[in-house]
Structure formats: C-alpha cells, structure tokens
Design a protein around this ligand. Structure first.
Ligand code: SF4
Length: 464
C-alpha cells in the first residue's frame, strides 16, 4: 500500500461520468467530486458509475480513495481508515473503541457485574452519551473451560468482542462459539502466528499481531499473513509505562508515519494499544496501576491508537479517555454546533428570563447547565454564530447587535413572556445600546455575567 499524494476533486472528477445527470445528492459531477475528496459521500451514490463500461473508472476511484491505514470491522465497529498522521491535516476517522478486559479468573458474579457495568455506564457530554465500546475476555487462568465460560458470558452482551488468548487450541473453541459476532482474535505472536492466521481465515475474523518493541517481526508477520489472504489485520507493537514508555510511543509513531507518509504496505493497518498490560507489573497498588494505564492510554490515543484495551474498572480512569476521544475525533474544520433558535429550559412561564448565547455546542450545554443550576426556568435564544463561542463570535463579527436582534425577532419569545427584558452575555456588553435601538426600544437589554458560571448569582440578584 504505497503512500498516497493528496487526492483533489479534479483527480476524482476525471474518473466520474461527467454527465451532470442529477442522480446523486449534489446533482452535478464537480460537486460530487468535491464531496468525494472530503469523504462525505461514497462512490456508491453515483448510480451511472455502476453501468456497463464504467468498471475501470470505478476500480480506479476505489483504489484512489482507499485509506493508507486499512479500515477493519470488528463486530459492528469499524477501526482505522486513517488518511493523515496529524488531525489538523484533515481529520481522523473511526474514534478508537475502548475495550475492557474480563479476566477468566474472575468469579462468575464479578464477571457478570463487570459486563453490566460496562454496558450501563454512560457520561453526558455536550448532548451525547459517552460510553465504553467492547468486551475483551482474557485467558489468564490456564483452564480452557474457564475462558470458554467467560466468552460465553461476554457473548450475552451485544457489545463487540476481543478474544484475548494466545493459545490457538483454546482460541478455536472460543471463537467457534461466537464466530457470527466477528470478534477480534488477539493475538498472533512470533510463536503462534501460523495457527492464528489459519483460525482467522477459517472463521473470517480480524486478527491482531503482537510483537512487543520488535517492528521487524511485526512487519514480517503482517507481510506473510497478508500474502496468505488474512487481510483484516491490526498491529500491536507493545505498550508499557516507565522505562518502556519512550519505546512504546516511538513504535506507534514509526508505524503510523510509515503507513501514511512512507512506502510501506506491510504496516498500513490499525494499531492496538493493549494498555491493560501495565497491570502485569504486579505487587503495586491498584490505584497506581489504574493511573498508569490511563496516562498511557491518553498518550497512545493521541499517538495513533485505533483500539485501546483497558483493565481498570474505575470511572475516573475511563472518563479522561472518553472526553479526549470526543475532542480529537471531531472534524477540526467544523465547529461542533447546535441548531440556532429558542429553547425553554425548565418549566418556563410568562415571567421567565430571556437569555442569549451562541450555538457553539460546548457553550450552549454549559449555559444550559448553569441555567439549570440557578433553578430559574428560562428562555434561551441561541444565535447562529457558525458554531463559534461567544468570545470568538464577537471578535469574528458573527455575534453582533444585528444578529442578536434578528435571532430575538425570529423567535417567538415576544409572545411567551409579558416582560420586555433580555439578558446578553457579559462579553457582548458593548452591543447594549445598539441592540435596544435595533429592537425599537421595546426591550431593555441587561448585561449578564462574562462567564456563564455567574448565571445563578446574577439571576438571584437581578431577577425578582
Ligand atoms: S450521479 Fe454521478 S454522473 Fe450523475 S451527477 Fe452525480 S456524479 Fe455526476
């Protein structure tokens, strides 16, 4: 898989039918090519490309659009598919799933409790519920029947599975139970790669290769297995903290850079960070190991891990990863925004305050949460600032007296309240006079706090 030069719309347009037939959503070929280059549409959405005579162009397009890091499906989750090393060069795809290990030494009740905990955990963050994604039954007992039982328990959950076992005989019994779930077989090593490769082919499952801090062996295994036809591979170059941290980061960095910038087909696969391995350094306090695991996982999430396997059951160790993932796996070209318009927060009535904010998602949800904690039901008029925060939108002239006035007029707030007062963010204080004028001096404009955390105090003191 050779390194790819950046594909532009013109390269893609040359291979499209160029008839502007209107059968796709953009309707014209040039706009379709631009969307293809942005990866916001797929070749499947151009029906004429599937007509007789277009086969060669279709194949060329598919080849051009293939990401240098292969996309692999585990259950219903897709991993990898990356186009760039650094997020700001374009964007990252497929947020890395977080899998939690289920050691087969756990008593049955504890195992079931852990599965339930993973399934039920959710954290609300800017309008989404952040969750863990996978279960990873792990063979540590030395008793194949225990591993089989752990896999059986895990398979009762709908979450995708990673089967962590390096004994091919034990793995086969487990994978034969759950082959329809397309679990990840973790892992082939320098000692078992042949048998594990055969299992991956037989059961049509993705296979992870593990070769700690030895990229030469990792690459050689990938090359051989690929030539056998095992193409859905993932690579684990080892994960360690302390003295191994530098080498860990180095291996991940070399693999991703080589895949995307280099000329190396053998390493163009998603990367697995088996950070649960820090727990193998026994004799230390669990909270210390959980902290190390989290620190290592955050580093590797930034440094290209496409799947992370964790062991800690502590919410405080999951949370930074969930938030970090949410922040780096968004499209940096598109601010995260909410729809503009009016919202009622709580059981509003005709005396409720009317506040103004921007449609940047983080700002919006913070303001909503601050209004809720004030316990004063309020109307909130959200101005379309192009997804920018209040401060940036004022600096960039997206939030002006005019845009606020337009938002107030477009909302039905005038019919909802009997008073005529609106509260603008403290940072927009300079618009007070102009805004009152634009609203025909019908509304009194009050200047709220600069930071929305001051809303409860502001309302307590100013809204009787
Ligand atoms: S469907 Fe295909 S041929 Fe038709 S306009 Fe869209 S890109 Fe062009």
């Amino acid at each position: 898989m050779a390194a790819k030069r950046k594909i532009g719309p013109l390269d893609l347009y040359a291979l499209l039918p160029k008839t502007n037939c209107g059968k796709c959503e953009p309707g014209v070929c040039m706009a379709f090519a631009a969307r293809l280059a942005e990866r916001t549409i797929s070749v499947e959405e151009c029906p004429p490309l599937f007509e007789k005579g277009q086969e060669a162009n279709l194949e060329k397009l598919r080849e051009m659009l293939k990401p240098p890091v292969r996309e692999v499906r585990i259950g219903e989750i897709r991993v990898g598919g990356q186009l760039v090393v650094r997020r700001h060069e374009y964007r990252y795809f497929n947020p890395p799933p977080l899998a939690l290990t289920l050691e087969d030494t756990l008593p049955e009740m504890d195992l079931l409790k852990k599965i339930k905990r993973v399934e039920e955990y959710g954290y609300s963050y800017i309008g989404k519920t952040l969750k863990l994604d996978m279960l990873a039954p792990r063979y540590v007992s030395g008793d194949p029947s225990r591993f089989e039982a752990a896999v059986k328990k895990a398979s009762l959950s709908k979450l995708p599975l990673v089967l962590w076992c390096t004994d091919p005989g034990v793995m086969e019994k487990a994978v034969s139970q759950v082959r329809d779930r397309r679990p990840l077989l973790y892992a082939a090593t320098r000692d078992n790669w042949k048998e594990m490769g055969e299992l991956a082919l037989k059961y049509q499952c993705p296979l992870a290769l593990y070769s700690p801090f030895d990229l030469k062996t990792l690459k050689s295994m990938a090359k051989t297995l690929w030539s056998w036809g095992v193409q859905d591979l993932l690579l684990d170059p080892g994960a360690g903290f302390g003295e191994e941290l530098k080498e860990t980061v180095n291996c991940f960095t070399v693999l991703r850079n080589t895949a995307i910038r280099g000329e190396d087909q053998e390493v163009g696969f998603p990367l697995v960070a088996s950070v649960a391995r820090v727990w193998e350094d026994g004799g230390r306090k669990p909270e210390e190991l959980a902290w190390e695991e989290t620190a290592l996982a955050t580093i590797l999430m930034v440094r290209y891990a496409d799947l992370l396997i964790l062991r800690s059951e502590e919410v405080w160790s999951w949370l930074p990863l969930l938030i970090l993932r949410e922040n780096i796996y968004t499209d940096p070209r598109k601010p995260v925004s909410v729809d503009a318009g009016m919202r009622a927060i709580g059981s509003v009535n005709e005396n409720s305050p009317v506040m103004i904010t921007s449609n940047f998602a983080l700002t919006y949800f913070t303001v909503v949460s601050d209004i809720e904690s004030s316990k004063v039901p309020s109307y909130l008029v959200v101005v379309d600032t192009g997804g920018l925060s209040v401060e940036s939108s004022i600096a960039g002239r997206k939030m002006t007296a005019q845009t606020i006035a337009d938002a107030v007029k477009a909302s039905s707030v005038k019919d909802k309240v009997k008073h005529r007062k609106i509260i603008i963010p403290g940072m927009a204080a300079r618009y007070k006079g102009e805004l009152e004028e634009l609203l025909g001096f019908e509304w009194e404009v009050m200047v709220g706090p600069r930071d929305s955390s001051g809303i409860p105090k502001f309302l307590a003191e100013n809204w009787k």
